[in-house]
Design a protein around this ligand. Structure first.
Ligand SMILES: [Zn+2]
Length: 253
């Protein structure tokens, strides 16, 4: 996946999808672009830090620039409520074409071949997760469970298929399937987006190899982006390599 162009192709497509999100707002009250809201939400998922944007806003005030802008391409950081307001209207299936496009691009570039195993098949692992749970708030599309003491819990679940291959640390996510008890439309936040940052870059792979777990990487990332400003993803990775006292030698093939 080190072929130049493929990642850019995916990112361009991702952005074009974000820009096509429906915008319910009318009139002049459009300070934030809908793509800013979507990229901001994505940055929180990516950094796995709920307070990421709050710190970036503070950084922008103090230093005049911030990482949400340089790393994720956010023009202006909307507030949590503004992000929710804007994205709540967007049906999850609006981002589904991104999954298909990534698959198509990878297939075209013959990058799926390294995932083939067991007589040339692609293995799909199905995992499930819950992303809403309440004893009080519920809607007509909630799943529910009743406990022995009589209380009922309402939740939303989703099945997330990914292409996996033994011995390969990467996975390819496919379109998720929301669990809905009856027929009908669901109106959940859009949760899954395609990765914007280059996780296929040599430097990222190099750093990951030298850290014990994926979680360590994100813990470091979270700590760093909280107080320091980085011009770019590349810049951030270089800082980590330096801080970890590692010697990076790029493959110049
Ligand atoms: Zn519900």
């Amino acid at each position: 996946m080190n072929q130049p162009g493929i990642f850019d192709e995916i990112v361009l497509y991702f952005r074009s999808i974000l820009e096509g999100f429906p915008d319910k707002r009318t009139g002049k009250n459009k300070r934030y672009q809908i793509s800013d809201a979507a990229l901001s939400a994505f940055s929180v998922f990516f950094t796995q830090s709920p307070s990421f944007l709050a710190h970036q806003k503070l950084m922008a005030l103090k230093k005049g620039h911030n990482n949400a802008q340089s790393l994720f391409g956010v023009h202006q950081i909307p507030s949590d409520n503004q992000i929710r307001d804007l994205l709540d209207e967007v049906e999850p299936d609006k981002v589904f074409p991104v999954f298909s496009e990534i698959f198509r691009v990878l297939e075209k570039g013959k990058h799926l071949d390294v995932f083939r195993c067991f007589e040339n098949n692609l293995l799909i692992a199905l995992d499930g997760t819950e992303y809403f749970c309440s004893n009080q708030i519920h809607c007509q599309h909630c799943s529910s469970r009743t406990f022995r003491n009589g209380t009922t819990q309402y939740f939303h679940g989703v099945v997330t298929p990914v292409i996996v291959c033994p011995g390969n640390s990467k996975v390819i996510p496919l379109i998720p399937e929301f669990v809905v008890p009856q027929d009908g439309h669901q109106k959940q936040d859009c949760e899954n987006t395609a990765a914007k940052l280059d996780l296929t870059s040599e430097k990222y792979q190099f750093i990951r190899q030298h850290l014990p777990t994926r979680k360590t990487f994100f813990d470091d990332l979270r700590a760093l982006t909280r107080y320091l400003y980085f011009d770019s993803w590349e810049n951030l990775l270089d800082f980590m390599i330096h801080g970890l006292e590692l010697e990076f030698h790029p493959n110049t093939s």
